[in-house]
Design a protein around this ligand. Structure first.
Ligand code: OFO
Length: 168
């Protein structure tokens, strides 16, 4: 049986992951609107991964005989000022999510909930990977000043991304 405080903070994290999914989908729509179909694909793949993150927490709460409580998802931004601006927002957002995960780990330690600490270790590693990937893309976009043939090549590369999912 899961502790009520842990149940509450995991439910909040489910909401944050669903918000992340929604944000990436909105970015994808924006990128399609400026004809960057590779980056639109990349952010749409991330939308799928974020839903997977939410489901990982959802399944865990249920497996521990807790109660999943799905709250409203906040509305997301719909306009950006080019692809560099999108990736700046992604990096800032992922850093916030990393803080949120680290905070959850602290709470799980305080509650002596080793199973939850264990679950969260996956998220800790995932955040390191996400921040590194996004930071690399942002550096490359800045190098080419987000335009020209460099942008054409990066957009084509972005098209090859496949979401890593395990849940059905
Ligand atoms: Fe769920 O990792 Fe991004 O937000």
């Amino acid at each position: 049986m899961i502790n009520k405080n842990i149940e509450k903070v995991l439910n909040e994290q489910i909401n944050k992951e669903m918000y992340s999914a929604y944000l990436y989908l909105s970015m994808s729509a924006y990128l399609s609107s400026i004809n960057l179909n590779g980056f639109a694909h990349w952010t749409r793949q991330q939308y799928i991964e974020e839903q997977e993150h939410a489901l990982r927490l959802y399944d865990y709460v249920i497996n521990r005989s807790g109660k999943v409580v799905l709250k409203a998802i906040d509305s997301v931004k719909t306009e950006w000022n080019g692809v560099i601006n999108v990736f700046e927002d992604i990096l800032a957002h992922e850093r916030k999510i990393t803080d949120s995960i680290n905070n959850l780990v602290n709470i799980a330690y305080k509650e002596n909930d080793h199973a939850t600490v264990n679950l969260l270790q996956w998220f800790v590693s995932e955040q390191v990977e996400e921040e590194a990937t996004v930071s690399d893309i942002l550096d490359q976009l800045k190098l080419i000043e987000g335009k020209g043939s460099g942008l054409f090549i990066l957009d084509r590369e972005a098209k090859t991304r496949t979401a890593a999912t395990t849940n059905e």
